[in-house]
Design a protein around this ligand. Structure first.
Ligand SMILES: [Mg+2]
Length: 149
């Protein structure tokens, strides 16, 4: 099989990088995220948002402003609102003109929405534990090893 390097990383937003129950947009983004953006950039992979919520961009913007984190805005190449379950990640591969094997989806939904959507088109998928105000969070984006892709 031909090895295809990751060119696009699609990040779910709520529960993956923002706490899902942070209704006031005051909770710090998930640990390791700024370094993760830098590691993607080092590998010439772009990062896009892939949320089923039309509020995702506003929530990112609000958290970035609250904590003065310009990298949280600048780190995203684009945002996609993908309705439904499973999410149709082919919108991303078609628009960014990449093969599904060059797409890595990262999300907290283990069922249809994130994982099912990625698997439906043959994209890579990494499941992360749900990020929430009310759950202890032992996950950091530093744990994601991009050298495998
Ligand atoms: Mg989510």
């Amino acid at each position: 099989m031909v090895f295809m390097a990751i060119k696009v990383v699609a990040l779910d937003i709520h529960g993956t990088i923002l706490a899902s129950d942070d209704y006031d947009n005051v909770v710090i983004p998930r640990r390791g995220l700024e370094r993760f953006f830098n590691r993607c950039s080092d590998r010439d992979a772009i990062v896009v948002g892939a949320s089923d919520s039309i509020n995702a961009i506003n929530d990112i913007d609000a958290v970035a402003r609250y904590h003065n984190l310009p990298w949280l805005i600048e780190g995203f190449w684009d945002f996609y609102t993908l309705d439904g379950s499973p999410k149709d990640f082919s919108h991303i591969t078609l628009n960014e003109k990449v093969n599904p094997r060059e797409l890595l989806v990262i999300g907290d939904n283990k069922d249809n929405k994130d994982r099912g959507g990625a698997e439906a088109i043959g994209a890579h998928f990494i499941l992360v534990p749900p990020y929430s105000v009310t759950l202890e969070d032992n996950f950091s984006f530093d744990q994601i090893d991009l050298s495998k892709y």
